[in-house]
Design a protein around this ligand. Structure first.
Ligand code: 5GP
Ligand code: ZN
Length: 113
């Protein structure tokens, strides 16, 4: 999608610090890290939010969770980590291309603000 920040990151128009890429997803460090480890996993396909997923996306979302697990292992997050998907305005989504935050390296708090 032309005017999407994460589409531009995926196609290299905007530079990013890539941590993983395959045919379905791109993962890169968050520019404003909220934990010692904080990267984003995004599908290469432009899907706006979790609210826009369909049954066709079931395998993709499962794949994203397995990529999160693989990268968390590689980064040594043996004590756990958090996977966050903010959905639309009330969910705190600021970039309208679905993405999954993976945060680790410190103990997380609950509930979120
Ligand atoms: P959201 O608030 O939509 O759940 O998350 C968007 C995330 O994208 C934020 O954590 C923000 O720091 C990150 N972000 C926004 N612009 C850029 C950018 O240009 N590069 C990178 N690497 N991350 C970005
Ligand atoms: Zn996009």
């Amino acid at each position: 999608m032309e005017d999407c920040l994460f589409c531009k990151i995926i196609n290299g128009q905007i530079p990013s610090d890539c941590v993983y890429e395959d045919e379905l997803v791109y993962a890169f460090n968050d520019i404003d890290a909220q934990a010692p480890v904080h990267f984003l996993i995004v599908p290469k396909e432009h899907i706006e939010s979790a609210d826009d997923l369909t049954k066709d996306n079931k395998d993709l979302i499962g794949h994203i969770y397995l990529v999160a697990q693989k990268l968390a292992k590689e980064k040594g997050l043996t004590n756990g980590y958090r996977i966050v998907n903010n959905c639309k305005d009330d969910g705190g989504q600021t970039v309208n291309h679905i993405h999954f935050h993976v945060l680790g390296g410190r103990s997380m708090q609950w509930p979120p603000g």
